[in-house]
Design a protein around this ligand. Sequence first.
Ligand code: PEP
Ligand code: MG
Length: 592
Amino acid sequence: MSARAQADERCLRGVAAAPGIALGPAHVLDGRPLPIARARLDEADVPRELSRLRVALDAAASELESLAATTPHEAAVALRPMLDAYLAMHRDPLLVAGCERAIRDERKGAEWAVRDTVDALCAQLSAVRDPYLRERAADVAHVGDRIVRALLGRGGTSPVVPAGSVIVAHDLGAAEAVALLRAQVAGLVLELGSPTSHTAILARTLQVPVVVGVADAVRRVPQGARVVVDALRGEVRVDPDEAATRGADERARRYGHFRGRLRAHRDAGCATRDGLTIALGANVEQAAEAAHAVREGAAGVALFRTEYLYLGHAEPPDEDAQARLYAEAARALGPQPLVIRTFDLGADKLAVASEPLRAANPALGLRGLRLALTRPDLFRTQLRAILRAAVEGDVRLMFPMVAGVADLRAARSLVERAVHELAADGLPHRRVPVGAMIEVPSAALMADALARECDFFSVGTNDLVQYALAVDRGDPRLAALARAHDPAVLRLLDATARAAAARGVPLAMCGDMAGDPRTLPLAIGLGYTALGMPLPQIPLARAVIAALDADEVRAIAREALGLATAEDVEALVVARLGPSLHAIWEEQGLEN
Ligand code: PEP
Ligand code: MG
């Protein structure tokens, strides 16, 4: 083998999912599914298998309960919603009834019934384009594994791992991850997973560096080998030589200082060098994250994605349950705003909530507001819940995937109707500002007309990029093409910002462009001074903004609008902002 090939073999590439750098001995976990028997049952054995299934479901659920009870406080906020979701899966009628049916009708033993039912649910979820939902397929698989383990009497045994080691595994469920992270592991390397997985979210909260998507890691990393997890660059080095070890130590130390400085400034507000104030709000998916947003110094919640309340459950949540949840988040935020987005379900996503609607092209099908308008029962429940929760704080309501004025008007009239109904029912409620997400190119082009009919705009660049450039946001092969730098996207953002400014409509951006250190300067330059991003990105965004000059980024944005390609825009940004942002980009591993 050549020296070059050897070096490559020792440097494994993946995706950074929780930032940081770790160094330690590898602890490789063999995560292969336990073998199970696949023999048909006699009829007489059916009751026994049904009862084994029930006992195993209870045992797996109570294991999770005790894990939750013994979780350290700093992880509890991030963890509770995940464990709740896992617990709900144990009791999910789709799963339980599916397993029972397989035992009763197909005469499968309990282990076989669980494996097959879970595989079928996973296949359904994996077919969905939304990356978050695909991730939930992994959660269902982990829950299935726990139940099978309980059936085989192998439950409750979290692997014992020495503190300071680097875990290398095929994949980890959130529950396993908690047990391991509690053991103070230095870092994680996974063959599967993604930055939106529960494990990655948890690791970010606990500040454990993670690299996911490392092909064949379990085979390629020898047990006990020294490993550097570079979760800034998305690299894993096996058996680094002395120079590489020193380099990793030095980068880890610098990164530690960098994070320390960022956190020290979390209460300092956020402004550019020349004093332009920028509001940095959090994007959240769970009500419990609102309290965390306050602690991190976020300017409220810029985007509460509510579709996850609906997914993975046979029944959508009822009005009282939703109102309680939204009220909890509003109370946690005090005077800070809580922007609740009504459900952005798509035809394929709703299938998970027991309504199998098939669309050949779901991204262009019945999704977002378009779907909500065809389901006034579901929509009315959510609107009433939001209006009721509004008595608890500064709640605002936002519609996803607005395509134009007609659907905005239809949705607003349903809000009006809900207000009147609540008054007639004598239930406490409050009128709230109503905003439109601008994420469909037609909405950006009609922003002047939309601005006359709503109270604020929030631009979703993830979908705007997808639709403007005809690039599927869920297809990893196209990731390099899905760029907010593209002048076509910038022109849509500019048209939206101008329309908002002309009518005095508050303007925000809550897509990924807002939290990316390479693109957020352009957003500010185009006039976006309220940005929403996942919580862990806020400290970094604050540091980037403090290094910017508002006049300069405005000039850069104006110039970018006249360029021809995304590459040209990127080169302009690097040339003009490199001198002030170089150090930050480099710390984040963005310059390779
Ligand atoms: C977006 O499209 O940019 C957005 C914020 O919404 P989501 O990512 O939930 O589709
Ligand atoms: Mg969107």
